[in-house]
Write a protein that binds this ligand. Structure first.
Ligand code: SAM
Ligand code: SF4
Length: 325
């Protein structure tokens, strides 16, 4: 399906839980965010039903996210139900990888294609501080298990923040010289853990790129048709480096996605709190007609761009852990 601005919508991100086993400083306050009631969280059967209807409208790629998706029991079962939906070609998962070590093989066997792993520091003590308690050795085991299970290419999501981890930008970039990883630098967004966001911690992509280019020239790479990241590689490198610039360079022109929150709200744009509640349609009828109508509506009202730079706008934004990034 195309939206009103001629963008093909073929990708759906589904947050399957708002709960998380970490409390990253850029995502949540230290005491977490107000939890969604259990009865309001979509069941796996409800999620699979939405995916079936969405696939009928042209959605081909699904990303499972959260909160921490692996903190919810039975994700492998959900993946196999999604895999069985006709039309779905690719299933990926965004995770902090704390629990991935023990689950990677089962997830791959169920039909998961790839993982994106959030990792903001290689230093154990600093990792613990940024995540407020995380153990980096678990993440490393998760990465190893994911590679072994063929959940590749492994994408590492890094949010550089001044005074926290910006001195590791070069280390992350150099990793691509020797590993096939996709290291993706994401601009720190004023969403979710808003109290932690400030303009002096935020580093625009141009400044990150300048530092990376001091290591060696960056060669542009075209990896796929749609998506928010711009990719580059160093000459002869095994991996690639991506930049996701939500704030400085609008990535809206290439937006190909719909989002569903853990409590069943369709969210046409990450940066707008406009939401369409799918739950009444799912829970009141066995017919898929209303779900289809709401999916079409959500595609029709996708805005052409966001206005995240307006401070007044930010106050209203929902927690990132509920939306799923
Ligand atoms: N728990 C999983 C994880 O951390 O990968 C999935 C959910 S998390 C909300 C999804 C992505 O959002 C992560 O890559 C995280 O780095 C990113 N994220 C969260 N808050 C952010 C912020 N304020 N600015 C930029 N990225 C953020
Ligand atoms: Fe949890 Fe992911 Fe948010 Fe970190 S970024 S607190 S791991 S949901």
């Amino acid at each position: 399906m195309k939206d009103s601005f001629d963008r093909i919508i073929d990708y759906m991100r589904i947050s399957i839980t708002d709960r998380c086993n970490l409390r990253c400083v850029y995502c949540m306050p230290s005491n977490g965010v107000e939890a969604v009631e259990h009865c309001d969280i979509l069941t796996f059967e409800e999620i699979a039903r939405i995916v079936r209807v969405a696939a009928g409208l042209g959605v081909r790629k699904i990303r499972i996210t959260g909160g921490e998706p692996l903190a919810r029991k039975g994700v492998a079962h959900l993946i196999s139900s999604i895999k069985a939906v006709e039309g779905i070609e690719d299933i990926s998962l965004t995770t902090n990888a704390i629990l991935l070590g023990g689950l990677a093989k089962e997830l791959a066997d169920s039909g998961l294609n790839r993982v994106n792993i959030s990792l903001d520091s290689f230093r154990p003590e600093r990792y613990r501080e940024i995540t407020r308690g995380g153990d980096i050795s678990q993440v490393m085991s998760g990465i190893e298990a994911a590679e072994k299970a063929g959940l590749t290419p492994i994408k590492l999501n890094v949010v550089p923040m001044s005074g926290f981890n910006d001195d590791e930008i070069e280390d992350f970039a150099r990793l691509t010289l020797t590993t096939p990883y996709h290291v993706r630098f994401i601009e720190f967004m004023p969403i979710g853990g808003r109290d932690s966001w400030s303009s002096d911690k935020y580093i625009p992509t141009d400044r990150i790129m300048e530092r990376v280019e001091k290591i060696a020239p960056l060669i542009p790479v075209r990896l796929r048709k749609h998506g928010p990241a711009r990719y580059y590689r160093f000459e002869n490198a095994s991996g690639v480096i991506g930049f996701i610039s939500a704030i400085t360079h609008h990535f809206c022109n290439d937006c190909n996605r719909l989002r569903i929150t853990s409590d069943g709200k369709l969210r046409p744009c990450l940066f707008s709190d406009t939401e369409i509640d799918l739950k009444p349609a799912i829970r009141s009828s066995d017919s898929d007609k209303e779900i289809e109508r709401l999916l079409r509506l959500s595609i029709a009202i996708k805005p052409d761009g966001h206005n995240i730079n307006k401070q007044s706008h930010l106050k209203s934004l929902s927690a990132m852990s509920r939306i799923g990034g």
